[in-house]
Design a protein around this ligand. Structure first.
Ligand SMILES: Cc1ncc(COP(=O)(O)O)c(C=O)c1O
Length: 476
């Protein structure tokens, strides 16, 4: 049971409210970890020299807010809830020189794949092959742009699967999309001799903003509608580069329409801007024919960035960019100056896995499984939460849930987290929505989780409308 340090100002009155505030702050900052058991109300009241009712009132309110859980026989403990959703100040409408960044949350992401399905045997086989066949010299520093064997396999793979226009010289191996985008921004800034004005989709992945700001880019938000990024809004933005997610917009799940694709390329060609295509979950396309990447349509204007993070595991930190030759050289140089490149053994192993068809086999299997999970989640949401409209499910590992007028997305996110779903509220003006991941929840558990979430929401609504007197009365 935790010892609690609470700062109370006894002369100010409102002691229950002060206890609530202190506990809320301790939970949100992580000082009180999830599942920590709190002292019994009687004990805490005695320690603080207060009447027990004051502590009961504070605990009850926090239970109603979902921050604490009370169980008969177990006592009160900190709830297992998703971390604090991003606040309004964290939307992509500010320059790079803000205060300390708070979006460094490293909890499970809705877009994380099923890590239990990592192809351990196939990866082990590839590593064994590499370790038994590579000459000693191969373990030296590799090419900072990536080992040639992997660049060749990837160029062929991306041409075949994503309709990319790629030669091995245009491929640079990086430690994931995040690092790829970051290196591209550094290279563009160096080429231009100053900060780059970078347009980002709004809404977008708030987790990427700290990384983008760190490159010195000046960020300009550009709205997204049901066809994807609104290219007309780019025209007056002064952007020299734009970061887009055409295959499956994050978070809305919209696939960039053919008309918008043409407009975007036209805009980039007219203005000389660079389009950075974040192809983060493009391997997973369920309903319609695969949509090729933008890069294949305009290889001299578009940089494609992808990784194995959704196909296999983010922890591998293995990805690629495909860039026009001068930019590919600049990115390779940036990587050489930064850290001399990615681990060579994993690169050879991935080359072997792709070359022998193991990567394709794994993807085909995961595509079938994720489709089943996606269908189960969409069905359960329609049945138990009819006030929530599901969108963006033709691809990827998450869906976009738009909440109707009487459902609050942030409350729903808390209920979903408690029910074991991985979620992220969407923080953008005028949007009342959340992202729900379906990759890690087996289909047979989906219906129960969504039912729990719907019940939890109904209970929260009831507790918010219950008169405060009856709430106090119960605890005494
Ligand atoms: C939209 C988007 N882009 C990029 C990334 C980062 O990908 P990587 O692991 O390849 O760096 C993520 C990770 O969740 C993402 O959601």
């Amino acid at each position: 049971m935790a010892d609690l340090h609470l700062n109370l100002d006894r002369s100010a009155g409102g002691l229950a409210a002060q206890i609530r505030r202190e506990l809320r702050e301790a939970i949100r900052s992580g000082r009180l970890a999830q599942a920590t058991r709190l002292p019994a109300t009687r004990e805490l009241a005695r320690d603080l020299g207060l009447s027990r009712g004051v502590v009961v009132e504070a605990y009850e309110q926090l239970v109603a807010e979902g921050l604490l859980e009370a169980r008969t026989g177990v006592g009160t403990r900190v709830a297992v809830v998703p971390r604090r959703p991003p606040s309004r100040e964290e939307e992509p409408d500010e320059g790079p020189d803000r205060g300390p960044e708070q979006m460094t949350d490293d909890g499970p992401r809705p877009t994380t794949p099923d890590l239990g399905a990592f192809p351990r045997q196939a990866w082990l086989g590839a590593l064994r092959h590499v370790l038994t066949t590579l000459p000693h010299e191969a373990f030296d520093y590799g090419d900072p742009g990536g080992v040639p064997a992997l660049r060749e396999e990837l160029a062929a793979y991306l041409r075949r699967v994503r309709a990319a226009d790629a030669t091995p010289d245009e491929v640079v191996i990086v430690a994931g999309v995040a690092q790829g985008v970051s290196l591209v921004m550094h290279a563009l800034a160096a080429a231009r001799g100053g900060p780059v004005v970078l347009a980002v989709e709004n809404p977008s992945s708030v987790r990427q903003l700290p990384l983008l700001r760190r490159t010195g880019a000046r960020i300009v938000p550009v709205p997204v509608d049901e066809e994807g990024i609104v290219v007309a809004a780019l025209a007056g933005s002064g952007a020299q580069a734009v970061l887009v997610t055409p295959a499956h917009q994050y978070p809305t799940g919209v696939v960039l329409s053919p008309g918008r694709r043409a407009e975007l390329i036209d805009w980039a060609t007219r203005t000389g801007a660079v389009v950075v295509e974040d192809d983060y979950d493009a391997e997973f396309r369920f309903d319609r024919d695969p949509v090729g990447c933008l890069q294949g349509l305009a290889p001299d204007r578009v940089v494609l960035a992808g990784s194995v993070s959704k196909a296999m595991a983010p922890g591998l930190r293995l990805g690629w960019i495909v860039a026009p030759p001068p930019l590919a050289v600049a990115v390779r140089t940036a990587r050489a100056e930064l850290d001399l490149g990615s681990p060579v053994v994993d690169q050879y192993a991935l080359a072997h896995l792709i070359g022998t068809g193991g990567y394709d086999r794994h993807l085909r299997r995961m595509r079938r499984e994720y489709r089943i999970r996606r269908d189960a989640l969409a069905l359960a949401l329609a049945e138990h939460l009819p006030g929530v409209e599901v969108r963006g499910i033709s691809a990827g590992l998450h869906l976009y849930a738009e909440c109707g007028g009487n459902v609050d997305a942030e409350e729903l996110a808390v209920a979903a987290g408690r029910a074991g779903l991985s979620v992220e509220p969407v923080s953008a003006p005028g949007r009342n929505a959340l992202v729900i991941g379906f990759a890690r929840l087996p289909a047979h558990r989906v219906a129960a989780a969504v039912r729990d979430m719907a019940r939890d929401m109904a209970r929260d609504m009831a507790s918010l409308t219950r008169p405060p007197r009856s709430r106090r009365g119960r605890g005494r």
